[in-house]
Design a protein around this ligand. Sequence first.
Ligand code: ARG
Length: 601
Amino acid sequence: MEQVKARFRASLESALPGQEINLERPKSADMGDFAFPCFRAAKALGRNPAQLAQELAFSLAHQEGTEFAAVGPYLNLKLHPEVRARLLLEALLGATPYGSAPVHGETVLVEYSSPNIAKLFTIGHLRSTMIGHTLAQVNRFLGCQVRRLNHLGDWGTQFGTLLAAYKRWAETENPKLDQDFDWADESPERRRTQLFRLFQLYVRFHSEEEAQPEMRDEARSWFKRLESGDAEARRLWTWFREVSLAEFQRIYDRLGVGFDAMDGEAFYEDKMATAVQRLRDSNLLEEGDGGAFIVRLEDVGIQTPSLMLKADGTTIYATRDLAAALYRQATYAFDRCIYVVGSDQVLHFQQLFAVLGKLDPWFQVQGRMLHTPFGMVKLPEGKMSTRKGNVVFLEDVLDEAVTRVLAIIEEKNPELPEKAAVAEMLGMGAVVFFDALNDRVKPITFTWDRIIALDGDTGPYVQYAHARILSVLRKAGGTWVQMARPTQALSHALAAVPYRKESLPASLAGLEDPAAQALLFELAGLPDAIRTVQRENMATALARQLLSIARAFSAFYTNCPILWAENSPEVREARLALCVATARALRQGLFLMGIQAPEEM
Ligand code: ARG
């Protein structure tokens, strides 16, 4: 397929010397496989685009098995159905994961999730976690060297507040926070309750300090004690951190997400002085109002200066981010660093990148530093019974999704083996897919029916298509199921047992039906969709393409009987091969998004 495309491009380049050749995908299979929009070239040559398309269709020499068609201002290249089927099946069934790229030297850091300790995971963290996970997977799939970073929020004056609150109430009042609580063994329910108690302490302190400003000094002095290594402050902080990490880890395990480094804000505690000194040495640090130290950024179009040191000399969030970026430069010598953080921090990252750019032009290289903001998640008011205050906890959402899916399974397929495990995969898949499908920067609202419907634009719909194929393959017997099932997880992708090229039937006439061709066309779109995820830093294109494949499969399944007794063996084999190819593509695509595909549902 790639070769056909490359040849098409080459012949256009020689027919239109000096013109930029950008190939697109036509809207559907009957229009062709590759489209060349003639607008730009026509304009440059002072020609009419439709005429140019026609002339090219006529004059370009086409290879066997392909034809050209001028469709308005587009020149389309169209493969003959058999050729299309063979080329795609060979690519889809080969040993190299379809759409992947060989390892190359580019190093990409993806920083994501980064929750704050002593708080519970909220639904907002799901977006960062899963978008980041997808970006990490996709970049690795496309041959990059990826480092997955979690910039844990484990430092800052809020821990002074928490310590003060803890000292005031937690050791004396009921319900008590239990320091002997065994985080490794106690039930998740209890763990969550404990963590939630910590969070409540923090909130309580904030509301009470309004009336008693002297409480602020108490918090400040606890932070000072923490910073200066006071044993009691350290002990408690370590405990807060550990309990939080145990809880986060459980959620990461559940989501199937991992990190290569969990260096949180505290990790940069001893690295900030050097960072600040570098600002000073470069004459970038200025004294601002009230004795704070700032970096002015008006000259690069940012009106708000970046605050680096508070008047009392203490560092802040931005100081730690500065130190972190310099540390990462030295440690990873990365090509790109992607920060997957909410859109409420746009200004923070603009400032950070601008300060870094002033410090070292290395940071100014186009694409080197990237903030990929995302919008908030909203829940329909009142619908979630588990809302506590105005935070929505991730686990509650996941649990509700799983419960709802389980109810559907109980109703539709009560005999299903391993119901609970399947419900977990579908429930998680539903939430994660919904999140991915939505434009990253727009706020999204959860509406349950739209998230879990088996027949809508949902994760379970894609998972269902995959399970349906597996059931066909099981019925077909032999080794079909094995071929669809990846046997080992490679470091950068799933590897399936390769289907041997030579075992494709000599004739693929069984795939000439328009429904089969439409499915092949959607499968052909997968590599582009994966590259779009990399380029746009959001998963939407992949989620959409998987839906298109699943839909096309459903039409193929309806229109082209697969195991029908009257099919010739060749037709049956060809259609089964397409089933295997589709199952692999769906599974691979879901895997990149961090979603599992049950084999039966
Ligand atoms: N901990 C922060 C929060 O939950 C996000 C950290 C984002 N990353 C960074 N390098 N500042 O809002």
